[in-house]
Structure formats: structure tokens, C-alpha cells
Design a binder for this molecule. Sequence first.
Ligand code: OSB
Ligand code: MG
Length: 371
Amino acid sequence: MKLTGVELRHIEMPLVAPFRTSFGTSTSRTALLLRVVTDEAEGWGECVAMADPLYSSEYVAGCADVLRRFLVPALTRADRLDANAVASVLAPFHGHRMAKAALEMGVLDAELRAEGRPLARELGAVRNRVACGVSVGIMDSVPELLDSVAGYLDAGYVRVKLKIEPGWDLEPVRAVRERFGDDVALQVDANTAYTLADAHHLARLDAYDLLLIEQPLPEDDLLGHARLAREIRTPVCLDESITSARAAVDAIGLGACAIVNIKPGRVGGYLEARRIHDVCLAHKVPVWCGGMLETGLGRAANLALAALPGFTLPGDTSGSDRYYRTDITEPFIVSDGHLSVPTGPGIGVEPLAAELDAVTRHIEWIDPAAP
Ligand code: OSB
Ligand code: MG
């Protein structure tokens, strides 16, 4: 396969409700989509970076820059391109995992479409549907949170994740337990908002029988997580810290986590995500698929990944209507608490032309022949 060029689409999609985390509030999703054009087929990639570098160091405009300046030109110079080679061709460029993941996703989708093979089968899926959890943002008040959680439970979500930060942790967790009972599968995500000095405070969450606490401490603080894990009973799960399969092995070896959230964008792509799955399975560490408020394109690919055998916990991949009034693909609809894994070639879905155009702010053709 030979790369002909890449169309970068800068999109903006309004969220159905503001989404607040410990690092900020989003009212719309700004993202980059890549239409990867090869001599054999076209594929779609979605870049999960957000408009601002608040979740991690990457951000939309930075991803667009590194893609047009370095990543796409490097791939274009490779004359026999396949998805398995993308990461090694891009390896000389440090970091920029979300940008690399988007490009690899597009190449993988093109290659699989050319061969008529579904991504789920390629990755090693063992399920045709995936259990859905939902990530619930920080709210202005507890009653507002309870209304929101009630709606998601009514919609069939099988697991609830509450975003927490200092000042919004014990109280919302206690209220959700009191209102909905001990049977609700409940977990929390701090997005790095605490320090080890908060260990005593976080130990008070032990009373609520949570499935896990996600990323309480800074991204680079593996030792801190290992120490915290010895002071609390709630299992520690890492998100931001797990940037590669090597980071996962280190974190598990240090006792920094008992569970891993796998996000393909954060780790440089679906192929590295599968390697993380494999090492976690070998260490008997359960994994689940995280989310980055993806469009239907990223959602389709995440479902393929979440169908692998080690994904034994419900993930954050929710139905389209939890995020967007109108998705850019046929909407994903939660049924009986599950989403179906796409079965068509590649990621198995296509953008709907009118819906895609309606959210497109800018289109840029990265011409590999340009100097
Ligand atoms: O930390 O898991 C996170 C969304 C954006 C950035 C980071 C995170 C999240 C979520 C929502 O929790 C996941 C989703 O529903 O896509
Ligand atoms: Mg998280």
C-alpha cells in the first residue's frame, strides 16, 4: 500500500450537556478527523486530542501541526506501507501519541477495508457486544447529579463513573450510594487532581465499595500511586500514566495499579492498545476501554478493541446520544446495557456526508508532494 495523502478535517460538535472534569469544562467537542487516502482504499482516523492541553500535553492545533509537518510526510516516504509498520516509521518523532494513533487508525482502516476484514476480528475480539458504562461529569449540585445518574440507569448503563475533584468526592459518592443502593457498579475518576497528602481523605471512599479509583495522582507519579494503593482499599486504576505497554508493565510491577484503563489515542494507537491488553491479561490485571468523547468513528473502533477477552470490566463507551444530538455516523444505540461491535470491513462505519459537513469547520489537504 502507498499513502497518497491525508485530508485533515477540523470539526466541532456541540455536546448535549456540558462535561466538567477536574481539569475543565467542555460544552463542545473540537476534534480532528483524518481521511487517509492510499492507492488501495481510504480509511478514517480520529484524533482524540482536545482543544486545550488539559488532559494531557497534546491539543488539536498541535496535532495538526505535527501531522502536516512530520508524521504524514514520513509515512509518505515509506514505499510499502502497512499498519504494522506505522509506529516504527513514526518512532523517531518523540511523543505525539494521539496524532500518531489517528494516523495509524486511518492506515489500519484503509488496509482492512481493502482486504474486506473487520477491525474486531483483526484485533482478536471474542464478543459481538460490549457492556456500557457512562462517565458522569462534576455538577453544580448533588440533586442535579442524582437526576443525571437516574437518567443513565434508566437508559440501561451497567456501570457509573463519577468524575471527582477535591470538594466533590465523598458527598456525591455517598449520595449516589444512598439513592441507588449498593448494587450499582460505581467508580470514580480524579484526572490527577489529588496528591499523596490526600491519602487519608481518599481512604474514606473505602466505605462505599467502589470498583476502582482512576488516576488520583499526577501522570508521572507511579511511585505515589504505588504508595497510595497500600493506604486505601479501593483498587487503583491508571489512565493518564499508562502511555505504552512498557509503562503498563512498570506500573503493574511497582504495584501502582490493579486495573488499567486503555485508551488507544493515549498510547499511540490500537496496535499498542492491544499489546497493553496482552500484558495486562498475562499479569491477570483487568482492563476496560476508556473514552475521549469520540465521534461514531472512534466509538466504532473502541468497540472492536473492547471486545477482546481481557476487557472484563464495562468501559466508558456510551451511546451516541450521551454525547451528541447528531453523531456523524449512524448513531450507536445502547440496548440492554450493551453496544454491538461493528462487523463491516475496517472500523465498520462511515461518516454520513451531510452530518460530517455540518460539523466541519475547516478542511486541509496534506499534500505529501509539497516541500
Ligand atoms: O479521564 O476518562 C477520562 C473524557 C475526556 C477526557 C478524559 C476522560 C474522559 C471521560 C469520558 O471520562 C469518557 C467518554 O465517555 O468518552
Ligand atoms: Mg480517566
